[in-house]
Design a protein around this ligand. Sequence first.
Ligand code: CMC
Length: 459
Amino acid sequence: MSEKKANVEAETASAQHYFTLHDNVNGKSYDLPVLEGSEGPRVIDIRTLYRDAGVFTFDPGFTSTASCESGITYIDGENGILRHRGYSIEDLAENSDYLDVCYLLLHGELPSPEEKGDFDQTITSHTMLHEQLNYLYRGFRRDAHPMAVMVGVVGALSAFYHDSTDISDPRQRMTAAHRLIAKMPTIGAYSYKYCMGQPFVYPSNSLSYSENLLKMMFAVPTEEYEVNPVLARAMDRILILHADHEQNASTSTVRLAGSSGANPFACIAAGIASLWGPAHGGANEAVLKMLEEIGSKDQIPNYIKRAKDVKDDYRLMGFGHRVYKNYDPRAKVMRKTCHDVLGELGINDPLLEVAMELERIAVEDDYFVERKLYPNVDFYSGIILKALRLPTNMFTVIFAIARTVGWIAHWKEMMSEGSTKIGRPRQLYVGETERKFTAVDVRESKQSRGWSWLWGGNG
Ligand code: CMC
């Protein structure tokens, strides 16, 4: 190894709880404290590293970086474990309802019967939108993507609810949390109705959270709407399974936005924007598009071949996860729910057959096995939402509704820490070093240099 490069020789000293880093450039060693959480890998505290050693660490995708301390969600990706506040996701999905999980994420404990009653009542009383907000929708094109509408409308909440934007007041922070959890189904359903050209359906306080969401999306003024309990339960499961997932891209976005002191509505709008991408929450929409493109079982080998080709960027959507190197525990629950819904609706969907065959082949194929690429939660949620007759562009909206509680719980946790340090990563600078400015009339003409400047080649 080059002498110029710092040779980081790591040696754990668990007895002293220090991690010793040796720099071959200056011959010095640095003892870094090792932090231990209640579960999970130990964490090297590098906060003084730049001050003491004058070096940064480099971890662009945060694959080895703990960005914060948190007591909300624990994931063990190797063993396929996901727990919220200590309760396994399987247990919660089977035995609780979405608002129970919301309370748990926000407060750290499951609510008592009285607390649950009060919480449900509080959320229900916040479901309506300021009437003026309803007019905001008219500013959007009818063919706008509902996620684009969501980013705009949620960002605009801070212009309407001034009495819950003082982030230094814990009571206002909690009111903002309640408002966001309560209003997201209404905002999401209105985004759908607006794109469909149908009238908005106001929330009904007699219905549960999931029943209400289904009604606001699917009821029309000309017909009675009865909520199917199997579908309401399935929607509730989808919401529970997406409620939180530790420091993923959108949650980290919310935390980073919040670290500057931005108000909670603006932070959640940032989270929605981050969620929209196909590598994150947009994956369930991408799964459906992929299944439609594959079309039939006999085409699957062609797509598997493409996914395995190193020269082809193509990926199987709904497979793989940054953290889970085992079966995503949420996918297991979702798979069952998927069959329940299709059974209830009597749907024999050819896309489901394609999905099942794809899953079978992929989990047996060496390429996927070696890289531990298992179906993730989005693989099945897309099929369920399609069976519920939601258009694909609404899939990520449902994810955003569900994840709002996770975002706001993390934001609240961060804001309660007392002093919040603004998130400010550093970089490995690879640009030009200092050079002299040249006046425009003495700069070399690009044409005289030929066309190579256009593509950056050497001519
Ligand atoms: N299809 C084919 N190959 C894949 C896939 C896939 N879906 N995912 C990863 N790989 C390969 C990748 O090409 C690489 O191969 P090699 O080592 O030969 O270069 C290897 O597996 C590792 O991939 P990576 O990109 O280093 O893994 P990552 O942890 O950075 O990416 C991921 C995680 C979720 C972005 C990625 O697996 C992916 O793009 N999956 C498809 C999109 C998707 O389903 N996203 C939803 C994630 S779950 C919902 C959520 O939490 O938001």
